[in-house]
Every structure is written in structure tokens, then in C-alpha cells.
Design a protein around this ligand. Structure first.
Ligand SMILES: NC(=O)C1=CN([C@@H]2O[C@H](COP(=O)(O)OP(=O)(O)OC[C@H]3O[C@@H](n4cnc5c(N)ncnc54)[C@H](OP(=O)(O)O)[C@@H]3O)[C@@H](O)[C@H]2O)[C@@H](O)CC1
Ligand SMILES: Nc1ncnc2c1ncn2[C@@H]1O[C@H](COP(=O)(O)OP(=O)(O)O)[C@@H](O)[C@H]1O
Ligand SMILES: [K+]
Length: 505
């Protein structure tokens, strides 16, 4: 699913009106009827609906919602803020329609405003500003926003919480943005919904299909895409009847150190559960027996060192390599890592300490093989690119790094993002907060390694691996709940995740 900018959304509205034989006012009515349905599904007529409308089309939507709920016998009150004295055409039509249906609890504010008392039982419909917001809110609008935010009322925002910019909020004032419980986004989500710092502003979000031109969306140029299951299932290659293990690649996993055998076990098990033909784990001597016992399907190759990775491996027999989980950051390990990468001609995933080692030896960054996949969480990424002001800033800097290194970055977290060297951002919709637990990332590394070894491109391996990792996390979470979920539970759910994805059309 594409994410369009607010400017593109306006163009999409105009294109739909011009090409799909629909009037602007009818598109608004369609949006309003879906919003009113959603509200009446969640709140019954015992709740008063208090509508705050602006003078643009977001306000127009809100007025139409008010009329539709009024016609369903909800108690409705409207406050329309007409400060400049200009009301959009469709908003004006909706004022007239309200009058025609005998609605009277309507207050137009052009100056001083006596706000209504709001209680926890009230539902506020926020239609002050939508995709037409062109600067942060201030003055009277900021006061209204603060008033609504200070109340206990439930807040439903139309299209996006008023005051929130769709993409970049670095110059915004958070106190002047509506904090919604539910955001009903027209047609597609906005980029800002995917950022952790906006969770309390956006609340739960849902998209409403109002019939915006699919033709427009298909040709719209955007770097922001939310990955979909149907697209990922098409990447899975059916196994041939006469297939044998060499068809699925031999993967090399360099992982573990003294006290960190677990990371190598988790990555190895996930790799084996993701279809790899053969797996060799290269690990220090101290982990040999542990791995042989914990992961009998894998071959174990000892490093020269008793406690940590110290000598690079000949790559001739392997189709892909992953390096990093639990390797530690000894100087010898750092040097071995760089030697390993310097001659690396097979697809590579770098995780955890391999990324930290890069951060502390920045002069080696240029040695990173092109098209490598880095899988940092926010902390690991910021060690590489420096502290970021917010998520938009972080994505922008990560994109610059991906382009500079010609690498793929999988920025992990909720909506893990695969950032390509070409500057595309693929947001992953699967996964849950139960996965925020030690070892989850090692599982992801193992999955991506398996996919690379099986011949998937780096971009597909990163996207498919991230998707199935989250899907397995969701399946596991249904069994264990978020609190008890462990990385091993994610691995245990991988068979069902792969099966479910294979069966997705
Ligand atoms: N048929 C359609 O097109 C459909 C549209 N739809 C709906 O329309 C919404 C977009 O409507 P919109 O374009 O009218 O913009 P909207 O967000 O209402 O505000 C614009 C007004 O705000 C003003 N303004 C901006 N910033 C400001 C600030 N900081 N402080 C004060 N004022 C500020 C700005 O004035 P300006 O500064 O430009 O003079 C302008 O007057 C969209 O989100 C969706 O809900 C859906 O129904 C689908 C069909
Ligand atoms: N709130 C969340 N929603 C979805 N996925 C999450 C969430 N928190 C963590 N995850 C996923 O869990 C994994 C955690 O990885 P990481 O932070 O590297 O853990 P570790 O280093 O302990 O293995 C990542 O793949 C991340 O996307
Ligand atoms: K709004």
C-alpha cells in the first residue's frame, strides 16, 4: 500500500473528481458516511457528539458526519470556526444541508469562543484541519486544541489529527496538535502515523476507502510503501518435486561468543525454519558443544579463539553470510569482522555487534560490501548516523547512509522499515510489542540469512524476512500474549507463518 503526501492526496482527490465521474461534494458525502458508520459502530446514541469543524473541506466532512449522525438520532452539537470569513464550497453546501434538515445546535465562531463542557461520555469529532494544514496551529486554534486535549472526551479525528502534518513535524509544536483516540484516514494512511512519537497523537488509525482513483494511486511516485501480504506471498518459490538441499543454499552464520551462545542458537534455529538447505555456524570453541546439542541440524565450525570470533572464514562454499549476533566487540573480533567483509563477495547481513563495531571503527565503513543488509534497531542506527531529532529526521539520515554505503538498512521496531540504496522505504505492518524482548532481532537475522542463501535478492530477502518475522510474532502472541512472548516462541511459530503466507493469495 502506497503512502501519499498530503499534496499528492489533494491531487488524488482532484484526479478522481475529474476522471471518475464523481462530484467533489459526493466524494465528501462518501467519506462522511463511512466515518459516521465507524462512529455509530463504536458509540451508541447515549453519547453526545460534539463536532469541531474548520472552514475547509475537513470541516465539510465533519458537518456531513454531524448531519448523518443527527439523522440517526444522536445528540449532536457543532462548533464551526470561521475566523477568516471564507468557507470552502463543499463546507458551505453542508452548512445548508444541515439547515435543510432542521438542525439547530450549530455555533459559528468568528471571534470569541465559549467552549462547551466536555465529559468522558462525549465523542468529539475533530474536523478542524486535515490534509490542507500548511503551518503549525497557533493562536485561537491552538487554544481549542489544548481545550479538547485537556478534556476526558473521546476524540475521533477526520483524516488526521488537526495540527499534525502528514510527513515532517520537526517544526511543529506537539502541544498544539489534537490527541485522538481514533483517526479515520481518507483512503490511505499518512507517513506520520508510522512514527513512534506520534502514537499518542494518532491513537488507533484506520483507513476508509472512499473510492479515490486507483489509476492515480498506481502511477503516483512515492518512496513510502507499506508491505502487503499478497505481495510477499508471491516471492515464495514453490519447491520442485526433485529438489535437493543444495538448491536452497548453504548459509554461514558467524555468531556467538562466551556467554552469548544464545544469540547464535536463535539465529540458527530461525534460519533452519526458513528453508535454508545447509547451515554452518562459525563460533568460538567455547560454544561448540552447546551449538552441537542445541541445533543438531547445523554444522559447527570452530574459530581459532576459545572465547570470541577472531579469524575470518573462507567463503567459497557458501551462498550467503550473516555476522553479528552475540559476537561481542573485542578488538580482535572487530579486525576479523573487517577482514571477513573486505573479501566478501556473497550476500551479507550485518546485525547487532557487527553494526556496533562499524560505529566504533567508522574509517572501515567504506569496506562494507555493496548491497549488504544492515539490521539495526534505533539505538544501533543512531550510533552510526548520530542522534536524530525525530523519526522523519532519522529516516532521512538513514536514507542518506543507505545511498552512501549502497546498502539496505532494516530499521527495526514497530513498522520496521527496509530502506533501499535507491531511497525507497518499505514499512512492515506485521509484529507486535510482545516482540520487544531479547533475542527477537537474532531471529530476524537468521530468517534473512536463509532467504539470501536461497537466492532471494537483498531487497526481497529484507522485506520478506521482516514480514514473516512479524507474522510469526503475531501468531506466537495469540498463544502466549505480549507479556510472555519470547524469541523462541517466534521461532516456534515460524512454520505456521510460512504456511499462512504460502496460502495467502
Ligand atoms: N473533495 C475533496 O477534495 C475531498 C476532501 N476531503 C477532506 O478534505 C480535507 C482537505 O481539505 P482542504 O484542502 O480544504 O484543507 P483543510 O485541511 O480543511 O484546511 C484548509 C484550510 O485551512 C487553512 N489553514 C491551513 N493551515 C492553517 C493553520 N495553521 N492555521 C489556520 N488556518 C490554516 C487554509 O487556509 P490558507 O492558509 O490556505 O489560506 C485552508 O483554508 C481532507 O483532509 C479531507 O478531510 C475528503 O472529504 C475527500 C474529498
Ligand atoms: N513494538 C513492536 N512492534 C513490532 N515489532 C517489534 C516491536 N518491538 C520490537 N519488535 C521487533 O522485534 C525485534 C527486536 O530486535 P532487537 O531490538 O534487535 O532485539 P535483540 O537485540 O534483543 O534481538 C525487531 O525485529 C523489531 O522489529
Ligand atoms: K482533522
Amino acid at each position: 500500500m502506497k503512502i501519499l503526501t498530503c499534496t499528492q492526496q489533494k491531487e488524488a482527490d482532484a484526479y478522481t473528481i475529474a476522471n471518475n465521474n464523481i462530484l467533489s461534494i459526493n466524494l465528501m458525502e462518501k467519506a462522511a458516511s463511512l466515518i459516521a458508520d465507524e462512529i455509530s459502530k463504536r458509540w451508541d446514541r447515549s453519547h453526545r457528539i460534539v463536532v469541531f469543524a474548520g472552514a475547509g473541506n475537513n470541516g465539510g466532512d465533519a458537518l456531513a458526519v454531524a448531519r448523518l449522525l443527527f439523522s440517526k438520532s444522536y445528540p449532536v452539537e457543532i462548533y464551526l470556526f470561521n475566523i477568516k470569513g471564507t468557507i470552502s464550497e463543499d463546507c458551505m453546501t453542508n452548512i445548508q444541508r444541515l439547515q435543510q434538515c432542521g438542525f439547530t445546535d450549530y455555533h459559528e465562531i468568528s471571534n470569541a469562543f465559549e467552549p462547551p463542557k466536555l465529559t468522558a461520555e462525549d465523542v468529539v469529532v475533530d474536523g478542524l484541519f486535515g490534509s490542507g494544514l500548511n503551518k503549525p496551529l497557533s493562536g485561537g486554534f491552538a487554544s481549542v486544541v489544548k481545550y479538547i486535549n485537556a478534556s476526558n472526551a473521546q476524540v475521533v479525528s477526520i483524516d488526521l489529527p488537526s495540527g499534525l502534518m502528514g510527513e515532517d513535524n520537526s517544526n511543529n509544536l506537539r502541544t498544539n496538535i489534537i490527541r485522538a483516540d481514533l483517526t479515520l484516514s481518507i483512503q490511505l494512511p499518512k507517513l506520520a502515523f508510522l512514527f513512534p512519537e506520534n502514537e499518542d497523537i494518532v491513537g488507533e488509525w484506520k483507513t476508509l476507502d472512499i473510492g479515490i482513483s486507483q489509476e492515480f494511486i498506481a502511477q503516483a511516485d512515492t518512496p513510502y510503501i507499506i508491505t502487503e501480504a499478497s505481495e510477499m506471498s508471491q516471492l515464495i518459490k514453490p519447491r520442485k518435486r526433485f529438489a535437493f538441499k543444495n538448491n536452497f543454499g548453504h548459509a554461514l552464520l558467524i555468531a556467538g561468543s562466551s556467554g552469548m551462545a544464545g544469540a547464535s542458537i536463535l539465529a540458527a534455529r530461525a534460519c533452519l525454519r526458513s528453508g535454508v538447505g545447509l547451515l554452518t555456524i562459525h563460533t568460538p570453541v567455547c560454544n561448540h558443544d552447546i551449538l552441537q546439542t542445541a541445533v543438531p541440524e547445523a554444522m559447527v565450525q570452530n574459530d581459532v579463539h576459545e572465547l570470541y570470533f577472531a579469524e575470518p572464514v573462507d567463503l567459497d562454499n557458501y551462498q550467503a553470510i550473516a555476522i553479528g549476533p552475540g559476537i561481542g566487540q573485542e578488538e580482535e573480533t572487530a579486525l576479523a569482522t573487517f577482514d571477513q567483509l573486505a573479501d566478501c563477495y556473497i550476500p551479507a547481513v550485518l546485525d547487532a555487534d557487527a553494526i556496533n563495531i562499524l560505529s566504533s571503527h567508522r574509517n572501515y565503513l567504506n569496506r562494507l560490501p555493496r548491497r549488504s543488509i544492515l539490521t539495526p534497531h534505533i539505538g544501533e542506527l543512531e550510533r552510526l548516523i548520530g542522534r536524530c531529532n525525530d523519526s522523519f529526521d532519522r529516516l532521512t539520515k538513514a536514507k542518506e547512509l543507505a545511498a552512501y554505503l549502497q546498502c539496505y538498512i532494516v530499521l527495526k521496531g514497530a513498522y520496521s522499515t527496509v530502506i533501499t540504496p535507491e531511497g525507497k522505504f518499505y514499512f512492515n505492518p506485521t509484529g507486535n510489542p510482545g516482540m520487544a524482548t531479547g533475542g527477537s532481532g537474532d531471529v530476524l537475522t537468521g530468517i534473512i540469512l536463509a532467504l539470501l542463501a536461497q537466492g532471494h535478492s537483498q531487497e526481497n530477502a529484507a522485506r520478506l524476512g521482516t514480514f514473516v518475522h512479524g507474522l510469526a510474532g503475531d501468531i506466537a502472541c495469540r498463544r502466549t500474549g505480549e507479556i510472555s512472548l519470547t524469541a523462541s516462541d517466534i521461532i516456534a511459530a515460524l512454520p505456521e507463518a510460512w504456511k499462512e503466507l504460502c496460502e495467502t493469495k
